[in-house]
Design a protein around this ligand. Structure first.
Ligand SMILES: Nc1ncnc2c1ncn2[C@@H]1O[C@H](COP(=O)(O)OP(=O)(O)OP(=O)(O)O)[C@@H](O)[C@H]1O
Ligand SMILES: [Mg+2]
Length: 156
């Protein structure tokens, strides 16, 4: 396991972080679980990473549809939101989530809380929290060799 955290005072700081992260995952892809309260900045980060890898469609929150997908960049981007599925519903799509971790694609999962610790494959966890001054803290943890390497890359 390998962790690193960044405090982003403004959306512009979050953009820089998202672009740096994008450079590290745009070639081979990655499965990313996002944690954090409503309005913390999960979707904001996904939007910026999608922009950075070249997605030209408008990226919107998948809260009501559970999954949005974007195919305009060189790598496909999938964006899940498990909020409406809750724990029981998530059990029914775990196998599907595993498939989204297997080939070359970027998969983001918002409200990964609902998958508990049931994600048995390599992934990166990003925890987003508010700080006192309205800035946001993004904490990254890599699970599995390839994901650890990506998080190491963020430190440089
Ligand atoms: N430094 C920052 N980083 C990210 N977002 C910021 C920052 N400063 C302000 N914001 C704003 O905070 C809001 C974050 O909303 P966002 O939709 O990303 O939250 P969320 O975590 O996806 O919430 P939900 O659980 O409702 O999906 C956006 O309006 C964004 O512009
Ligand atoms: Mg969101």
């Amino acid at each position: 396991m390998c962790s690193v955290e960044f405090v982003c005072k403004t959306l512009e700081d979050t953009k820089k972080l998202a672009y740096k992260f994008a450079r590290l995952i745009e070639h081979d892809g990655c499965f990313i679980n996002l944690y954090g309260e409503i309005g913390a900045g999960k979707t904001a980060f996904v939007k910026l990473v999608a922009e950075a890898v070249g997605v030209t469609e408008k990226v919107t929150s998948p809260s009501f549809v559970i999954l949005n997908e974007y195919h305009s960049a060189n790598i496909p981007v999938y964006h899940f939101d498990l909020y409406r599925l809750e724990n029981e519903g998530v059990k029914t799509i775990l196998d599907e989530l595993r498939e989204y971790s297997e080939s070359r694609q970027i998969s983001f999962v918002e409200w990964a809380e609902f998958s508990q610790d049931e994600i048995p494959f390599n992934h990166i966890k990003i925890n987003v929290t508010y700080e006192e001054d309205d800035s946001r803290k993004y904490s990254f943890t890599g699970i599995g060799d390839d994901c650890i390497k990506i998080v190491e890359g963020l430190k440089q």
